[in-house]
Design a protein around this ligand. Structure first.
Ligand SMILES: [Mn+2]
Length: 492
């Protein structure tokens, strides 16, 4: 904390600025104002502001004020009068900590440049920069609050609410389910978290067990049993044409057409749905339980690969808000469960059969008993030095499942899968991660019946065609030794 022995002298013309600075600085500083306007000086004095009447453009005034090198001097620049003379006077009186506070438009152009050249040690601040951030945060929070209160009211008279997740729910979906239940101030009996296909990935099972989250199996028919339907981390199009009306959608995937929602909050620039829901919870001052905070924190970490992909300032903010509310030890336990011997088998398989070229790693895993091996391998190889894109495919049942990940943002993973696979199967995702599921027969028809190994090569060719125009060239490492290391990975 700043001690009260720090002195601050300010020269301002506007009463509003003076009163504001007085209020802001007073707890930590000894604040005095110098004004050259007698009525203003009297008014401020009567209001209890410490004020001296004097001409701040004269060094004498500053000497009288007993200025020293540790005195903090703030000079308001409202753009009307050039502060040069004033700055000279302050500097000549021995001030070293000088701040020019721009009020109104930030000064630009020749005058500003000259001032900066002449007084290089003076710090330039602007009122709009100083207050803009917090003010905008406050405004967007109240907008969110209004929105949340609306849907809270809309859901309030329902007996049973279904919070629906995508198939094989991931940490973000699960945490968002808990968070929405919290926003709606409901229990697990009145807000049921459900999915058409339950959790299968080992670390997600671990999360579900450690945090005791029940995911109710639902079918299209059973949706009728609920009074309200909400969806988190997914949108209705994911379930085909079966759901075209819904009460609430909260998601961070790109907005999809083809359904009507009474309320929706879709923010594709957010790293996770849990980030959106953190804002909802904060906006209405909800109490967040340790369990929910832990789930959400884990979700943000996992959806952003611990801030390695598609992270936004808001994700970091949500993370730091949730951190003290969560159980960090529990998160470590959940994270430890990612690596299993089975998964390592598939990593090895990808390593043997995969190819790394131009920072793109492609591998075809062949038949895969569980779908999660495929995204796991895609995530795993994204950690390898000099890998910027991974495209990993495997056959699950009669379908080819393709997982795409990237760290370079110049090209969009979602666009990649949509361009090549949306006409023969389902394809979707966002900038940094995407997935396609294509019936094997359709894949063979479109791409000329490639054999196992040829599938990997085919994906590689598609990737290079897709990335050829721009993108990769910018992120390609210029160092040749880095290239040869990656070639080594490829040949092993
Ligand atoms: Mn998500």
């Amino acid at each position: 904390m700043v001690g009260t022995d720090v002195r601050c002298l300010a020269v301002c013309q506007d009463e509003l600025v003076i009163r504001m600075l007085d209020e802001i600085l007073l707890p930590g500083f000894e604040v005095e104002f110098i004004v050259d306007n007698r009525p203003l000086s009297r008014r401020l004095h009567e209001a209890g502001v410490t004020v001296t009447l004097g001409d701040p453009r004269r060094t004498e005034t500053w000497l009288k004020a007993d200025i020293g090198p540790s005195t903090c001097v703030i000079i308001e620049d409202n753009g009307r009068r050039n502060p040069r003379k004033l700055l000279e006077a302050v500097r000549d009186a021995g001030a070293a900590l000088i701040y020019v506070l721009a009020v109104g438009a930030v000064p630009t152009g020749k005058r500003a440049e000259e001032l900066r050249d002449e007084f290089p040690d003076v710090v330039h601040l602007s009122m709009s920069e100083l207050f803009g951030g917090p003010l905008l945060t406050e405004f967007s929070r109240s907008l969110t609050r209004a929105r949340v209160q609306q849907y809270q009211r809309y859901f309030s008279d329902a007996e049973r609410v279904l919070i629906m997740l995508h198939n094989d729910p991931d940490p973000d979906a699960l945490a968002s389910g808990l968070a929405l239940r919290n926003v709606l101030r409901r229990t697990k009996a009145t807000a049921i978290i459900g999915a058409m296909q339950g959790v299968t990935r080992p670390e997600n099972l671990r999360m579900v067990n450690l945090l005791d989250i029940h995911v109710e199996p639902v079918t299209i028919e059973s949706l009728k049993e609920y009074d309200r339907l909400a969806m988190v981390d997914v949108q209705p199009h994911y379930f085909g044409d079966a759901i075209d009306r819904i009460d609430l959608v909260i998601d961070h995937h790109p907005e999809q057409p083809g359904y009507t929602a009474v309320f929706k909050d879709i923010r594709p620039d957010y790293g996770s749905t849990s980030t959106i829901l953190t804002e909802h919870l904060r906006a209405v001052d909800a109490n967040i339980s340790e369990r929910t905070a832990t789930a959400m924190l884990y979700a943000i970490k996992s959806d952003t690969l611990f801030f390695n992909r598609q992270t936004n300032r808001v994700d970091l903010e949500a993370f730091s808000y949730l951190y003290p509310l969560a159980d960090a030890a529990l998160i470590r336990k959940m994270e430890g469960s990612e690596i299993t011997l089975e998964r390592l088998e598939y990593v090895l398989k990808a390593h043997r059969g995969g190819v790394l070229a131009d920072q793109v790693f492609c591998a075809f895993l062949g038949p895969s008993p569980r779908e999660d091996f495929i995204p796991y391998v895609a995530d795993f190889f994204l950690q390898v030095e000099d890998v910027k894109w991974t495209i990993v495919a495997g056959v699950v049942g009669d379908s080819l499942v393709v997982s795409v990940r990237n760290l370079g943002y110049t090209k969009n993973a979602g666009e990649f899968v949509r361009r090549y696979f949306s006409n023969i199967g389902s394809a979707g995702g966002h900038r940094a991660m995407a997935k396609a599921v294509v019936p094997m027969r359709a894949f063979r028809e479109k791409f000329g019946d490639p054999s196992g190994e040829e599938i990997g090569a085919k994906l590689q060719a598609l990737a290079h065609e897709f990335l050829a125009h721009d993108g990769m060239r910018e992120v390609r490492s210029p160092k040749s030794e880095v290239r040869s290391e990656s070639e080594e990975v490829k040949s092993r």
